[in-house]
Structures are given as C-alpha cells and as structure tokens.
Design a binder for this molecule. Structure first.
Ligand code: ST9
Ligand code: FAD
Length: 667
C-alpha cells in the first residue's frame, strides 16, 4: 500500500502495540478475529456494496433503494452470527445489535435499524413467552420487518399524553386501534415509511370504559405478499431530514383497525377475554425496552465518535499548514497544541465512555436478573443511570465530533470526508430515545429523592458517594491527582443536588407549588444531573483502567494512563468554575492542572495516530477521503470530486439556457 510519508512516520514512532489495544477495545482476541472475519465477507462483495454512483449524488428515492439493496447483503452476512447469539433475552442481544451497528455501511443509517434496535428488544422485554415463541423466530429471520411507533405528531416526550387509542371489544375479543386527531398520527418511527410490514404501536388501552394508560401492541401494517398497506391504515414516509436519511422514518394513522386480543404484549399487564385488566407489578416495566436502547446508544455513540476522531487525527498528521518556527518547512497541523486540545479529548472520550457503557451494561444485567426474581429495588437507579449516560454521552460525542469536523478546516465540510454525516447521526442521538434535557431531569428526579432520604435510605452503589462526601473533612484539602479530582467532582455533584433541594424548599415555603418550584429550579437540576454523570464516568474510567491495566504491556499501560489523566484534567479545567465554587481548590492548583494538561497532550502526541489506528475501522466502513488508512487525502478528494455528476460534461446546459443570455445582455 502506498501510504502518505507523514502518516507512515507517525506509525513508525508509535510507542505501543496497536493490535494489543485493538483486541482490548474489541473485548478480546476472539472478538477481533470474529470482526475481521465479517469484514472479509463484506469485502468479498465490495463492488455490489460500494460501487456505483456515490450515495451523495443519488435522489432521495434512489438512496432508499440502494440502502435496502446493500443492507440486505450485510444482513445476510451477519445472520450466522446473529443466529448463534439470539439466546432469547436482552442480555445476549446486545452483542447482536452492536455487531450489526458496527457494520452499517451507509453514512445515513439503515432501514433495518429499528427492527433490531427497538422492535426485537420490545418483544424481548414486553411479550410473554407464548408471544415470543409466536413472533420472535420470524422476526430473527427477518421474515417480518418491524418498526416501533411511539412518538406522535403532537407528543414525543410526554408519553402519557399519547392520543392513539386501543379499545377492547369483548364481543369479538379484539382491540380497535384509532387515531382520533391529526396530532395522534405516529410520526418518526424508523423503517415505517416503506420497509416494515409490522409495527409495535404504543397506545392508550381502554377496557370496560376505563383508560389504563399506554401499552404496546403488535400490529400488521402491510400485506406480507404485496406489501400494500392494510385497510384502515394510512402509512408513508415523513420526508428528508438533516441526516439519517436512510432509516426510512414514517408516519401512520389508524381508522378503527381491529387486532386480536393477544396482540397486546402481555408480559407485564394483561387484558383477559372478558375485558378484565390485570395490572403490571410496576407500570414503568412497560418502559423496559427504552432503558435497554439507551444503554446501546451509549455504546453506539462511541462508534461514531471513533470514526470522527480517526478521520480528524489522520488528517491532522497528513495536513501541513503554517510554520511553527520561522524558516522551517510547514508543520503537520497535529503539532499545534490547540489541534491536540481539539482531538485528543475525543480519543480519551471513546475509551472513557466505552468502559462506562460496559459497567452500565453489567448493571443492566444485574437489575434484569433481580427483576426476573421479582425484585424491583434497583429499577429507579438503572433508569436514572441510563438516562444521564445516554444524555451526556450523546451530547459529548456530538460536540467532539463537530469539533473534529471543524478541526479539518474546509475539507471537514466536504461530505466526502464523512464528517458531516457522522455529526448528523450524533446530533439526532441527542433527541431520539428521549430528549437529553428531559432525560437529565429524570436523573435529577432520582437524585433529589435520594437526597431527601439520605438519612434513612439504603443507598445504591452509584449514589453512595452522596453520603460519603458529607463526612467531616472530606476533600477539605484539595489534591491534584486523578483521585483528588474525582473527590472534587463528587463534592460538586453533592453540593449542587443539595442546593437544588434547598432552592425548591425555599420556593415552596414562599408559596409556590411543588411543580412550579421544580420548573423554576430545572436549569440547576439539569446541571446537577450532569455533574453526577461526570462523577460516574470519570470514576468508572479510572477504576476500570486500574482493574484492567495489570493485563496490559507496560507500553500500553503508559499510554492508557495518559488518556485517563487527560480525560480527568480536561473536565477539571472545563468545570473549573464549579470546582472553585464548591471545593477547596486554589489558584495555584488550577495553574498546575493547566500545565499538566498541556504536558499530557504533548506526551500523547507521538502516539495519536497509533491510538486511532487501534480503533481499526476499515476504510469501507469509514468512507472518508480525509481518514483513509493510506492518508492519500488530496488524491482521494480529487477522485471523489470527479465523481460529481456535474463533472461528467465540460459545459452544463444551463450555460446555454440562462447564463449566456445573462452574460451577453440578451435576457
Ligand atoms: C449514536 C448513535 C445511535 C445509533 C445509530 C445506529 C445506526 C444508525 C441508525 C440510527 C438508528 C436510529 C434509531 C433511533 C431509535 C430511536 C427510537 C425512539 O426514539 S423511540 C421513542 C423514544 N421516546 C422516548 O424516549 C420518550 C421519552 N419520554 C419518556 O421516557 C417518559 O415519558 C418520561 C420518562 C420522560 C416521563 O414518563 P412518565 O410516565 O410521564 O413518568 P413520570 O414523570 O410521571 O414519572 C417518572 C417516574 O417513572 C419512572 N420512570 C420513567 N421511565 C422509566 C423507565 N424507563 N424505567 C423505570 N422507571 C422509569 C421514574 O423513575 C419516575 O419514578 P418516580 O420518581 O415517580 O418514583
Ligand atoms: C432520527 C430520529 C429517529 C427517531 N425514531 C423514532 C422511532 O423509531 N420511534 C419513535 O416512536 N420515535 C422516534 N423518534 C422520536 C423521538 O423519540 C422524539 O423526537 C423524542 O423523544 C423527543 O420528542 P419530541 O420530538 O416530541 O420533542 P418534545 O418533547 O416536543 O421536545 C421539544 C423541547 O421541549 C423540551 N421539553 C419537553 N418536555 C419537557 C419537560 N418535561 N421538561 C423540560 N423540557 C421539556 C425538550 O427538552 C425540547 O427542548 C425519532 C426521532 C429522531 C430525531
């Protein structure tokens, strides 16, 4: 391979074994081999998958058709792996999902995303055994393709306000689905436009004249042979979006559509034949799939950020611009400290979030096991954790990917760089599966409850620090170590929660209702939830590093330790205002932190390309002129430009029709 000289030099001076890090990131040697095996199969179909007119020059309709064609190929390739791993519960299912998401070869998503990301998880978490046996095999094999229709034109966040109704008719043992208003039309469900033929619909359940709140129903949308919409159903696609144009988001409305009683997913709540409603042990169990998907999103946001930092870091090694010293050749832009500041935090964030997501995943599994035994004690903690980690991980990765895009100068604005599409996915993730502000407020709600019960409650592990930080002398003396900074963040979080509670109490004393006081305090509540989440991420990153690093070679241990330090220092400096307000940090401490941060950037500089190479994203998945492994940035930019349909002819017909008359004053 003809590799750019600067990029090759970077690889030559890398201080650690890149393959060792890749295997750690993948979760072991076998995982890496498995991934490579799938990649080989994908590459064997390279022409069909990646040939033809570039995605960007296709029409909306052609893009969709291409997405179906290529994703069917990918699905077939990954299917063997999926069959082995389909174990029948959510705990085994994450591997299937992350494998699939790793191989999304389109930069604008896949129309199968919702089938695997929501439709199947909802069945696993909400259908009873008999229903799972009936539906899951067909869904696994993609004999049916599903969507998840919760959001309506009028309501996304406030799901208790959904308007679609499902009214039980005991005479026929059926539910009647109806969309009473335009705002009750489902709007957004991925794959629903023209891909899915089945759909989980979330609707208000009515039986015996009473409404029992929202429940999930399986509904056939299109005929299995002709794919025509069924009677009473109005379905279509919602149109072009900022990005993710291939996930085929749709709308749907129901005109008194009848479905059998057993199409209500009955794991937690049931309607008996005579219409009697049997309540779930906890109504929030109906929201189980949302928790699962939020956990998956944390993992996937890391995937997308890994792509963005790989592109931006390789480009920064290839790109030469300006002089660091007079009379010297132009330097690689990666030598500018400001560039390192923009990029290296992205690399560190990938590792911090991946390790945190793995911990969150372990918590998810523990709680699922407890739920199966009827113990619901840790459900609120899991929900609070998943909410804040989804919110902070998507917000951080979106901001850092956008930072990486801008760090590529003008070339980062080219769609052929792959960066705008990556940023658009991460931007969407800040909204889907729960708007980030709303999710942080859910975490705040949990924290406030914990704070109010601090003296009596048995504290679950992720909030145990709230009590510790109150002990006398805790963090009285600031320490400029990673452990010291973590203690500082714990103090910040505890004080912010405490302030929120006092603030609300004061407002209630002055005559406000509980709800008004909550709303008036909500800016602070969001900030408190974010601070809590920073405690979780930084301490998990540090603890997990300490745990796993004994298995690393000394060279890898050194570079990973630098990443943990960089991550901690970056956030300490970013949140200096909080640390100065709530802890005993001094001006001298902050100056030392700044200096150490700059030294850490410098220490990581020689390994930056090795660190992104270790993500090991093959060029065909990365799809970037700026980020390809060989660093032939300029050649690739030119090659891609020449694929523009406008370049197929030297003179465009509009010249003769419009420009020439204008220029020659003949209009
Ligand atoms: C980054 C890359 C991403 C992937 C890319 C992949 C490749 C490309 C493909 C892209 C694919 C795109 C896929 C997109 C998928 C998106 C699908 C969706 O958006 S689907 C639509 C997603 N839509 C949304 O996410 C909607 C967001 N809205 C909501 O989740 C809810 O309405 C709510 C939580 C905000 C409020 O609910 P409400 O019923 O009004 O609740 P109240 O306020 O009255 O009470 C709160 C009480 O309930 C408790 N609790 C709540 N939830 C849970 C839970 N899950 N569990 C347990 N407990 C829970 C809570 O603790 C509290 O307890 P307490 O204090 O009372 O004891
Ligand atoms: C790409 C994409 C794919 C999607 N896929 C699906 C899908 O497959 N299936 C599906 O059902 N849905 C899907 N959605 C919908 C998504 O889940 C919703 O957009 C999301 O839950 C937010 O709801 P909303 O759009 O109604 O925003 P709103 O709830 O109207 O929010 C608008 C603003 O109001 C604020 N706000 C709302 N409530 C509160 C509150 N209580 N306190 C403070 N602020 C508040 C929010 O913070 C936000 O700033 C998708 C969305 C996108 C963008």
């Amino acid at each position: 391979m003809n590799v750019n000289k600067d990029l090759q030099n970077e690889r030559n001076k890398c201080s650690f074994n890149v393959r060792e890090l890749t295997e750690f990131i993948d979760g072991g040697k076998n995982r890496t081999l498995e991934r490579k095996h799938i990649e080989k199969l994908i590459l064997a179909q390279k022409d069909e998958l990646f040939g033809g007119t570039p995605e960007d020059y296709l029409s909306h309709k052609e893009k969709y058709e291409r997405a179906i064609q290529t994703n069917v190929i990918i699905l077939k390739i990954v299917q063997d792996f999926m069959r082995d791993a389909n174990g029948g519960d959510l705990t085994n299912y994450r591997d299937v999902l992350t494998t699939l998401l790793n191989f999304v070869v389109s930069r604008e998503g896949t129309p199968f995303a919702l089938h695997f990301m929501m439709f199947l998880p909802v069945f696993l978490s909400q259908a009873d055994e008999e229903q799972q046996m009936e539906w899951l095999p067909r869904a696994w094999n993609c004999n049916i393709i599903g969507s998840y229709a919760q959001t309506e034109l009028g309501h996304g966040t406030f799901i208790r306000g959904l308007e679609t109704t499902a009214t039980y008719d005991a005479a026929t043992k059926e539910f009647v689905l109806h969309s009473p208003t335009v705002t009750s039309y489902k709007w957004w469900p991925g794959a629903l436009g023209h891909t899915a033929n089945y759909c989980v619909v979330v609707a208000q359940l009515h039986t015996k004249g009473q409404c029992h709140g929202i429940h999930s129903f399986i509904v056939q949308v299109r005929d299995e042979e002709t794919h025509m919409p069924l009677a009473g159903i109005r379905v279509g696609e919602i149109g072009a979006k900022m990005g993710l144009n291939m996930i085929n988001n749709g709308f749907i409305g129901f005109n008194h559509v009848r479905i059998p009683r057993r199409h209500l997913l009955m794991k937690h709540a049931q309607v008996l034949e005579d219409g009697t409603y049997v309540k779930s042990r906890n109504s929030k169990l109906n929201y189980g799939a949302m928790v699962f998907v939020r956990v998956v999103i944390v993992f996937d946001s890391v995937n997308y950020l890994s792509k963005a930092v790989t592109i931006a870091t390789r480009f920064a090694a290839v790109r030469r611009q300006s002089q660091l010293k007079a009379n010297e050749p132009e330097c690689q832009i990666i030598d500018f400290l400001t560039q390192q500041h923009k990029l290296f935090i992205g690399i560190a964030t990938c590792h911090a979030l991946k390790m945190t997501a793995t911990k969150l995943w372990d918590t998810f599994n523990e709680v699922q096991q407890q739920l199966r035994g009827g113990n619901l004690e840790r459900l609120p903690e899991l929900h609070a954790l998943a909410c804040c980690l989804k919110a902070v991980s998507t917000a951080d990765t979106a901001a850092l990917a956008e930072g990486g895009r801008r760090a590529c100068g003008g070339h980062g604005y080219m769609r052929s760089s792959g960066l705008p599409q990556t940023c658009a996915v991460l931007d969407a993730a800040c909204t889907f599966e729960g708007d980030n502000t709303v999710l942080l407020l859910q975490t705040a709600r949990f924290l406030v409850k914990v704070w109010r019960g601090l003296d009596t409650l048995k504290l679950t592990p992720t909030v145990a620090y709230l009590r510790t930080t109150l002990t006398e002398g805790f963090n009285d003396k600031w320490e400029n170590t990673v452990e010291g900074i973590i203690k500082g963040f714990q103090t910040v979080s505890m004080r912010k929660i405490s302030e929120c509670v006092s603030c609300m109490a004061k407002r209630i004393m002055s005559g406000m209702s509980q709800e008004e006081a909550w709303n008036m305090t909500s800016v602070q509540l969001v900030a408190a939830a974010e601070s809590h989440c920073r405690v979780i991420i930084i301490s998990y990153f540090h603890e997990e590093f300490v745990k796993v690093s004994s298995s690393f070679s000394p060279a890898l241990r050194r570079v990973m330790k630098l990443l943990v330090e960089l991550y901690t220092l970056y956030w300490a400096l970013d949140k200096l205002q909080d640390l100065l307000k709530y802890t005993s940090i001094s001006k001298t401490n902050t100056e030392q932190l700044q200096e150490r941060y700059e030294d850490t950037l410098n220490a990581l500089r020689p390994d930056a390309v090795g660190l992104v190479d270790a993500f090991d994203i093959m060029d065909e998945i990365l799809q970037s002129t700026l980020g390809a492994y060989d660093g032939r940035v300029y050649e690739r930019l030119m090659e891609e430009a020449l694929k523009s349909p406008l370049n197929a002819e030297p003179v465009n017909r509009s010249f003769h029709q419009y420009l020439k008359p204008l220029m020659q004053g003949k209009l």
